[in-house]
Design a protein around this ligand. Structure first.
Ligand code: BES
Ligand code: ZN
Length: 635
């Protein structure tokens, strides 16, 4: 895919600029050793850091909530290495002007459009090491979700949030959008006076009357971690260096739910060394946020579906916090190496929750994750890309999002658990601490990891665990450790009391011994309901356990999935409401998948989706469009 395509000049000053840029992103990226000049090839970025790489971004933008547009200037400090140009990624941006450090206009040109956007190539005279790009975002900015007041919790003010991972930042900032390239940034953001802005950086805790906010991130981070949220946002502390941002009516509830944040930071530090980012805060976003959480440095972005009223869904915060080491400190060099981010984070998350909540808790979440993994591998096996159940992927020519499955998370975690079991926990912990220190603020490839662990751990300990098979081959190797949970064995027992014993089946639901069950036990129960239950039996369950009325999103989603599978129509209004308000992709996929298994369900899915779709963020829209083969209106 190295063909050279035509370059479209966008300003009269650029007509004379004859250079061409490849329209397909093919080159680069770094094992970002600060000043290093060797970059790993990133199939998802146009940038050519081996020629010129941005080291610092100064962002000066105005957020126009009414016109749903960001306008401003991104000014970069550059490190020149070779060549006479610098290339940025853009997606749907209008480029107004490009100037050099001395204020003179720079020749520049936009490449042809592709699914990864357009390259912006700027000519650099000898010695030029600053570029300022004035731009505005387009209506299809994939990173941005603009919410009307009605789509927020408090219904008073509009809201905006960004989602950069994987390669979406280029749709709101012209940038070298590759996880192998790190920059520091500072930002000046102006917003309507009644709103507040927060970013993945040092943050204000109070609003100011001008609607003018300044931010600074002085650690080098990859572009996918630059994030912004704007809305009627309020802050409440949960400890000395932790706190919660949320809409006004949510902030106290959220602070109560996330009361353990400070303890989580302490537990994480006790495991793998100091937290290097200053404060750790969380912002609870409106329900359309497409993920459970996103590890934007200093400020995790989170879905309100973790606010269950019982503090049981906070392991998600442990996960996002863990990314402050695995991911934000040591980053995957390309999206093919995504498992290095997520597999390590799931392992670390489990270690934090084990320290806080004990072994039973951890066994349960490990089993649930393993169940997810088996399901995902089975789906991948029967799909178009059976090779995607390898840890190390080849996503060239595809959307990087396609590789972001439970394989990276749970197979990655299974590999690390196996290593832990072979070398023993103390040695594995010492290794991980060294790994985070050694590669701090760098982006590394799977091969770098392999070489490092062989040299530092597996070689000296003479451990053989088929590392190459684990990393490069699809499926699960035979030496995988199959997790078990005693607490789930109790659930299995009660479930079989309810479901066996023909013809009347067994013990009535309300007589089952379910006292003291936690969220995970209920999830396990619901996941293993026998197929083909009658409406009367579903009624019985709902009457005994009030699933339809559950305020716990994990329990409600697991229940609704069973309602669809068993065609339990009484729950359909609730299903409709859930799918219309919640945009968290992890919940949407199984529900829509269950719906489309029958012809009637498929029609229902299309009907619901037609009115739910405008409430979803672009990443959920893309997934559900594909799943339903959506041909309806595009916006
Ligand atoms: N970094 C991910 C979210 C993400 C993944 C965004 C891929 C874009 C592309 C985040 O850390 C994450 O893994 N979130 C999970 C929660 C977690 C507890 C497994 C989620 O959102 O469900
Ligand atoms: Zn994660």
């Amino acid at each position: 895919m190295n063909h050279i395509l035509r370059f479209i000049p966008i300003l009269c000053t650029c007509v004379a600029f004859a250079a061409c840029v490849q329209a397909d992103p093919v080159r680069h990226m770094a094992d970002g050793h600060g000043g290093a000049s060797h970059y790993t090839m990133d199939p998802h970025s146009f940038a050519r850091p081996d020629e010129a790489v941005a080291t610092h971004l100064n962002l000066d933008i105005h957020v126009d909530m009414g016109r749903q547009r960001i306008h401003g200037t991104a000014t970069y400090d550059l490190k020149r290495q070779s060549g006479d140009s610098v290339v940025f990624d853009t997606y749907g941006l209008s480029i107004e002007k490009v100037t050099l450090g001395d204020g003179s206009e720079a020749k520049h040109a936009l490449g042809d459009s592709s699914s990864m956007g357009r390259a912006l190539k700027v000519a650099l005279p000898p010695g030029a090491n600053k570029v300022a790009i004035t731009y505005s975002t387009g209506p299809e900015a994939k990173a941005l979700q603009w919410l009307s007041p009605g789509q927020t919790k408090d219904k008073q003010h509009p809201f905006l949030f960004t989602q950069g991972e994987a390669a979406l930042t280029r749709s709101w900032i012209p940038i070298q959008d590759s996880p192998g390239i790190r920059i520091t940034y500072d930002a000046h953001v102006t917003v309507p006076q009644e709103l507040m802005a927060v970013m993945s950086a040092t943050n204000p805790q109070e609003r100011n009357s001008e609607g003018s906010y300044r931010f600074r991130m002085d650690k080098p981070i990859p572009s996918y971690l630059i994030a912004l949220a704007v809305g009627d946002i309020h802050f409440k502390a949960t400890g000395n260096r932790t706190g919660v941002y949320a809409e006004r009516s949510m902030v106290d509830t959220a602070a109560w739910e996330l009361a353990d944040m400070e303890k989580m930071v302490e537990a994480a530090e006790a495991l793998y060394g100091p937290y290097r980012w200053g404060r750790y805060d969380v912002i609870i976003l409106p329900p359309s946020f497409p993920f459970g959480g996103m590890e934007n440095p200093c400020l995790t972005f989170a879905t309100p579906t973790i606010i269950a009223g019982d503090r049981t869904l906070t392991s998600l915060i442990a996960h996002e916090l863990a990314h402050s080491w695995s991911g934000n400190l040591v980053t995957n060099a390309t999206w093919n190496d995504f498992w290095l981010n997520e597999g390590f984070t799931v392992y670390f998350e489990h270690r934090i929750t084990e320290a806080l909540y004990g072994k039973d808790y951890n066994d349960m979440t490990t089993v649930l994750g393993y169940q997810d993994l088996l399901k995902t591998i089975a789906e991948i096996d029967s799909g178009k890309h059976p090779e995607d159940s390898a840890l190390h992927l080849d996503l060239a020519g595809r959307d990087p999002d396609d590789g972001m499955t439970d394989v990276a998370y749970e197979k990655g975690y299974a590999l690390l658990r196996l290593i832990e079991s072979k070398v023993g926990r103390p040695d594995f912990d010492a290794f991980l601490r060294g790994y985070f220190d050694h590669f701090a603020f760098q982006s590394i490839t799977t091969d770098t990891f392999k070489a490092y662990i062989r040299k530092e751990l597996l070689g000296p300990k003479q451990v053989d665990l088929n590392l190459d098979e684990w990393i490069d081959k699809p499926g699960l190797p035979a030496n995988v450790l199959v997790p078990t949970s005693e607490k789930f064995a109790e659930v299995d027992k009660e479930l079989s009391r309810w479901s066996t014993g023909a013809p009347a089946k067994g013990t009535p639901a309300k007589l089952l011994n379910t006292q003291g069950w936690n969220t995970f036990q209920w999830m396990h129960f619901l996941r293993h309901l026998p197929p083909g239950e009658t409406p009367a039996r579903m009624d019985e369950l709902d009457a005994a356990f009030h699933f339809s009325a559950s305020g716990n999103s994990e329990i409600l989603a697991a229940w609704l999935e069973q309602c669809v599978k068993n065609n339990y129509q009484k729950a359909f209004p609730k299903l409709d409401e859930f799918l219309t308000t919640v945009g968290r992709r992890k919940f949407l996929i199984p529900l829509y998948q269950a719906l489309i298994a029958t012809k009637e369900g498929r029609e229902r899915a299309l009907e619901i989706y037609a009115h739910a779709r405008p409430n979803y963020h672009s990443v959920s829209v893309r997934t559900i469009d594909d799943l339903l083969q959506w041909k309806g209106p595009r916006s």
